[in-house]
Design a protein around this ligand. Structure first.
Ligand code: PEP
Length: 258
């Protein structure tokens, strides 16, 4: 079974509801139904901030565009100021959720253990998880990339079954490439993606997991570098930050999937 490409936009803390709706309208106008209709059309997801979700979901209604959140808490409810539950995300109607983004790990104390708890909560609530992994520049320079990636993958996916893995998408995002304009070369990215796929093979007895799990690349993916990255055999799409905020750039990346 061929893996369906995914292009996901992480809007981070950008776009009020009005701005988000304007961006979706712009995408619809520029796409005119063509971007998502070709034979190899990727699954396209946008992940706005929580307060923008409802308006974007309404504007995307009737299009193939899917909408995701940027975080989920593992508890059902309670005294967790600033967090959001799976039931709340179900109510608003998202289908996807980003978990363990490096900015959450770096600024908000996210650990492999809390990533795993959030993943389990998201699965319980029927959401597709886009689970982020990636090494810092210091880790790459000290030859720790594979060890870090292995720890993050094993941690995030602890206790998950092959069935659970049907709703997991991994996103390899080298921290040094996020928002910096420095992109991993096609070869650097492919090397880590192949490593992750090999790891999945060793972690799950069914070869279907390694074969079917999508692994996205993220880190300064732009219209000018997307085609080369997306042509790599183990790169199944992109998680896009900055370039997801402009309809033309985001759609150009969508159209780079061949
Ligand atoms: C991201 O934040 O997930 C990301 C990849 O950002 P950027 O594309 O801006 O590097």
């Amino acid at each position: 079974m061929a893996r369906k490409y995914m292009i996901a936009g992480n809007w981070k803390m950008n776009n009020t509801a009005a701005e988000g709706v304007a961006l979706i309208k712009d995408m619809k106008a520029q796409c005119d139904g063509k971007c998502c209709c070709c034979e190899n059309a990727p699954e396209v997801v946008v992940c706005p901030p929580f307060t923008t979700l409802s308006a974007v979901i309404a504007e995307a209604n009737g299009t193939p565009l899917k909408v995701g959140a940027q975080n989920i808490h593992w508890e059902e409810k309670g005294a967790y100021t600033g967090e959001i539950s799976g039931a709340m995300l179900n109510e608003v109607g998202v289908t996807h959720v980003i978990i363990g983004h490096s900015e959450r790990r770096q600024y908000f104390g996210e650990t492999d253990e809390t990533v795993n708890k959030r993943v389990k909560a998201a699965l319980k609530h029927g959401l597709v998880c886009i689970v982020c992994i990636g090494e810092t520049l210091a880790e790459r320079e000290s030859d720790q990339t594979k060890a870090v990636i292995e720890r993050q993958v094993r941690g995030a996916l602890a206790d998950l079954t092959a069935e659970d893995m049907k709703n997991i998408v991994l996103a390899y995002e080298p921290v040094w490439a996020i928002g910096t304009g420095k992109v991993a070369t096609d070869e650097q990215a492919q090397e880590v993606h192949a490593f992750v796929r090999g790891l999945l093979k060793s972690m799950f007895s069914c070869p279907c997991v390694a074969e079917n799990t999508r692994i996205l690349y993220g880190g300064s993916m732009k219209p000018g570098n997307a085609a080369g990255l997306l042509a790599q055999p183990d790169i199944d799409g992109g998680l896009i930050g900055g370039a997801a905020l402009k309809a033309a750039d985001f759609l150009a990346i969508v159209k780079s999937v061949k």
